[in-house]
Design a protein around this ligand. Structure first.
Ligand SMILES: Nc1ncnc2c1ncn2[C@@H]1O[C@H](COP(=O)(O)OP(=O)(O)OP(=O)(O)O)[C@@H](O)[C@H]1O
Ligand SMILES: [Mg+2]
Length: 139
């Protein structure tokens, strides 16, 4: 199943995330793809809001992953700095793909394709004009 949405600003992209969050269950993985500034973190903020996460979503870049409490535990992983798949096991993150409990959102999922479970929801964000983004959701 594939769905394409054009958004006209960060708020709209966040809303698409909120909407997807309402349909997420334990063990789900949301795999995000898109170049720098495409809106991956913006979308993740929507996912967090939709999962009733109270804490602000910060960039996980330096820690690789952060976990939040919400309707379900929410894990935010950034694969930008991951150069070898082994690095994930080294930092104990393999257990987040898929998560035993809760939902995992992965930015730069295309860098660790081999580690993304087959049932993941793929979300691709592309620039489509200054404040426009084309979001493709695929399950
Ligand atoms: N329609 C839109 N959807 C999302 N972000 C938008 C949109 N229009 C403009 N923006 C802007 O684009 C930027 C997106 O930044 P964001 O951090 O979400 O991207 P990212 O893909 O996570 O980048 P990075 O690869 O650096 O982590 C923000 O500054 C946001 O305000
Ligand atoms: Mg980001």
């Amino acid at each position: 199943m594939e769905r394409i949405v054009i958004t006209h600003g960060p708020e709209e992209t966040e809303e698409v995330g909120v909407e997807l969050a309402s349909r997420l269950a334990n063990g789900d993985v949301v795999a995000l793809v898109g170049e720098l500034g495409a809106g991956k973190t913006t979308f993740v903020r929507g996912l967090a809001r939709g999962l009733f996460v109270k804490d602000p979503v910060l960039s996980p870049s330096f820690l690789l992953a952060r976990s939040y409490e919400g309707r379900l535990p929410f894990h935010h992983l950034d694969a930008y700095r991951i150069t070898a798949p082994g690095e994930l096991s080294e930092v104990g993150l393999r257990e987040l793909l898929p998560p035993d409990e809760g939902v995992t959102a992965v930015e730069w999922a295309n860098r660790i394709t081999d580690l993304i479970p087959p049932k993941a929801i793929w979300v691709t964000l592309e620039h489509a004009g200054e404040d426009r983004r084309r979001i493709t959701l695929r399950r």
